[in-house]
Design a protein around this ligand. Structure first.
Ligand SMILES: NC(=O)c1ccc[n+]([C@@H]2O[C@H](COP(=O)([O-])OP(=O)(O)OC[C@H]3O[C@@H](n4cnc5c(N)ncnc54)[C@H](OP(=O)(O)O)[C@@H]3O)[C@@H](O)[C@H]2O)c1
Length: 385
């Protein structure tokens, strides 16, 4: 096959990936897949992306748009077409029925129950080409493949920092670090995530609502507080804002005080989520720091597992202070970062120690997008896979 065809395949897979990106926050927990179909002469006749769970997959949308023109044509699809009956019939059947002659796949399916699509298409006499070397497709599906291989949600750490790396402003100065356009982007991301994760430090310092406001929401996120000792005030704004459930992740203690706090917070509308520490009693006894106050790395991981398994959480956006961020980074539980850096204002703020900006340097992330939102610099990076 000539280089020209190869380059064309890359270009078309990139186009399919761009379309799939528009589905971020709609398709999950399914992967947001993109598909482009050209007729036998090479003219694009159909495009599609995966819709909400139970809705059409990308291939089906593209085939519907292409109609009879798909016959003898080529389909570029970012993920191996599914080969099983889930909420919708197998996409491979639709591709075969449409008479498509060639299928270019950007990434193999990692869910065993849905795989086998490429083999099935080849058996039907369709030419199948796997092109796993397209960066935008690799980045697009990193979250899906990561979730399948770990059973954990994809965690995006979001924070706003001053130009010198502080996450909080000095007393007497406006607490807002980023500008209105950045804040709007944060609200958009909240409305595309399954859960917002914060720490008790942020609840006590800022009393935030953590809901998605003034944007078209694709989902209503769960709001989750890491609060080992149940210090959240029952009067906290997050509990008064009736925009989806509030989960409070705490120690699994049974003393009277813990039980009384749990009852007060339940009455205020919270769901209490006691998380066991997966470490043995001996290890716990030798680590007195973690008996009270802090979740160990294992406990943070257990919390994420519980969110995935019991609450169908595929994506998490963290909105916590430097304390919890540091623990999540150290536990290797952060998959991506969305960082807003404000311009210099002349106000000196004390950078957090360790500074999340420095923690980010220690992980192997690649920048996937950077630009300006008003005066703020925004960098979106993610785990290199
Ligand atoms: N710029 C931003 O993007 C941004 C975002 C959110 C918050 N903030 C700022 O951050 C400040 C609060 O920071 P913070 O660090 O106190 O808040 P945090 O990270 O939201 O919460 C930290 C608290 O969570 C508890 N915790 C439980 N397990 C933990 C673990 N494994 N690691 C760390 N903490 C754990 C601890 O409570 P105990 O101390 O009771 O043990 C700890 O003090 C506020 O000034 C707020 O304005 C900034």
């Amino acid at each position: 096959m000539s280089n020209q065809i190869h380059d064309h395949d890359r270009m078309m897979l990139e186009r399919a990936a761009r379309r799939a990106l528009r589905g971020h926050g709609e398709a999950e927990p399914n992967p947001s897949v993109g598909c482009v179909i050209a007729d036998a002469s090479g003219r694009v006749v159909g495009e599609g992306r995966t819709r909400h769970p139970g809705g059409p997959h990308a291939e089906i949308e593209a085939i519907r748009a292409a109609a009879a023109a798909a016959r003898g044509g080529t389909a570029w699809v970012t993920l191996e077409p599914c080969n099983h009956h889930g909420k919708t019939p197998p996409c491979v059947d639709a591709i075969i029925a449409a008479g498509i002659a060639r299928v270019v796949v950007g990434s193999p399916e990692s869910n065993e129950f849905a795989s086998g699509g490429m083999d099935r298409l080849r058996e039907a006499g369709i030419e199948v080409v796997l092109r796993p070397d397209v960066d935008s497709v690799r980045r697009l599906h990193a979250s899906f493949h990561g979730r399948v291989s770990t059973g954990l949600p994809w965690v995006v750490a979001k924070w706003a920092e001053t130009h010198d790396g502080a996450l909080s402003t000095p007393p007497g100065v406006s607490p807002w670090i980023s500008g209105p356009r950045s804040i709007r982007l944060v609200h958009r991301e909240r409305g595309r995530s399954d859960a917002i994760l914060t720490g008790i430090g942020t609840i006590l310092a800022d009393d935030p609502r953590l809901d998605a406001r003034q944007v078209r929401r694709r989902r209503t996120p769960l709001r989750v507080i890491v609060d080992p000792d149940l210090d959240t005030p029952p009067t906290a704004l997050i509990l008064k804002t009736k925009e989806g459930p509030v989960l409070i992740a705490c120690r699994d203690d049974d003393d009277d005080e813990h039980r009384a706090r749990s009852e007060r917070l339940t009455a205020a509308g919270a769901t209490i989520l006691p998380i066991e520490d997966p470490r043995t009693t001996d290890t716990l006894a030798s680590d007195s720091r973690n008996l009270r106050g802090r979740f160990s790395a294992g406990r943070l991981k257990s919390l994420l597992h519980r969110l995935a398994e019991d609450h169908d959480v595929a994506t998490v956006l963290t909105e916590c202070g430097a304390g919890l961020l540091q623990s999540l980074f150290e536990a290797n539980l952060i998959d991506a970062a969305l960082v807003f850096t404000a311009p210099e204002t002349g106000v000196e703020a004390t950078p957090a120690a360790p500074c999340p900006r420095d923690l980010l340097q220690l992980v192997s992330f690649e920048t996937i997008w950077s630009g300006l939102r008003g005066d703020d610099r925004v960098v979106w990076s993610q785990r290199r896979t």
